[in-house]
Design a protein around this ligand. Structure first.
Ligand code: PEP
Ligand code: MN
Length: 262
């Protein structure tokens, strides 16, 4: 809370990159890591657009057990080798306690997904590691519950935390979720932690991701995490909300301009 710490936290990544309330961070990549070819193509796009952090799931929380659930550690190791060679950092979702140690050597930021925001055993475990953690707001979670989830990790000893507004479930069903713009200024007022938005899951519709991202930046977001894919129509998960590379490049330009205007 800002009562405890007035100055913004700085989350340091290896090689000196920092995520904080004084900076703007972009994290982009596919919903799921699928193949070497896909990873190569995404890394090339990120390098061309000077995006330093790649997102991607290797353990996927899917509504149906019959959907693609990720490549697991083999996929993460393959991705790590390629990312390291290109100087790209990795953020990926950790779903259970045993994966915290398993993933440690291969990642830069642990992502706690919306379905695990209140997995308190997992949060306790992440409190013991010395790597940054990004916690997503629960699907039906309040802002206060997100802050308490962060408090679990923080009080366990890990202060390198990033908060993520990824949309909540509301009565509205024309969109996948409702990105709660209100949460951005409220979280930044209450907390010294960087606040990132996920417009991809926030709205769930490719053509509407950009306006939501821009609105979130103007509302104070310190970063944006979003999904893209070399061939979204063939993506194994969340293709409907994943940007084509051309769309991503255009959005990156606009987001950087919006942040500079703020
Ligand atoms: C994801 O980032 O692909 C994901 C599953 O997100 P969330 O936990 O916000 O649904
Ligand atoms: Mn996804």
């Amino acid at each position: 809370s800002k009562k405890w710490k007035v100055s913004p936290s700085e989350i340091s990544l290896r090689d000196g990159d920092v995520i904080s309330q004084n900076d703007f961070a972009l994290m982009a990549g596919p919903c799921s890591i699928e193949s070497e070819e896909q990873v190569d193509a995404v890394i090339k796009h990120l390098v061309e657009n000077n995006v330093k952090i790649m997102r991607g799931g290797v353990y996927k929380p899917r509504s149906s057990p019959y959907s693609f659930r990720g490549l697991g550690m083999d996929g993460l190791k393959m991705w790590y080798e390629k990312a390291k060679a290109a100087g790209i950092k990795i953020i990926t979702e950790v779903m259970q306690v045993s994966q915290v140690e398993e993933m440690y050597d291969y990642i830069d930021i642990y992502q706690v997904g919306a379905r695990n925001t209140q997995n308190f055993n997992l949060l306790d475990e992440l409190g013991k590691v010395d790597k940054p953690v990004m916690i997503k707001r629960g699907v039906s979670g309040t802002i206060e519950e997100l802050l308490y989830s962060a408090e679990y990790v923080f009080s366990g000893g890990n202060e390198d935390l990033i908060l993520c507004e990824r949309g909540i479930r509301t009565f509205e069903n024309m969109t996948r979720n409702t990105l709660d713009i209100n949460a951005i200024p409220v979280l930044k007022d209450k907390s010294h932690l960087p606040v990132v938005i996920d417009p991809s899951h926030g709205i769930g519709i490719r053509k509407h991701v950009e306006p939501v991202a821009l609105a979130g930046i103007m509302a104070g977001a310190d970063g944006v995490i979003y999904e893209l894919h070399p061939d979204p129509e063939k993506a194994m998960s969340d293709g409907q909300q994943s940007l084509y590379f051309e769309e991503s490049a255009a959005m990156i330009n606009k987001m950087r301009k919006a942040y500079a205007l703020r």
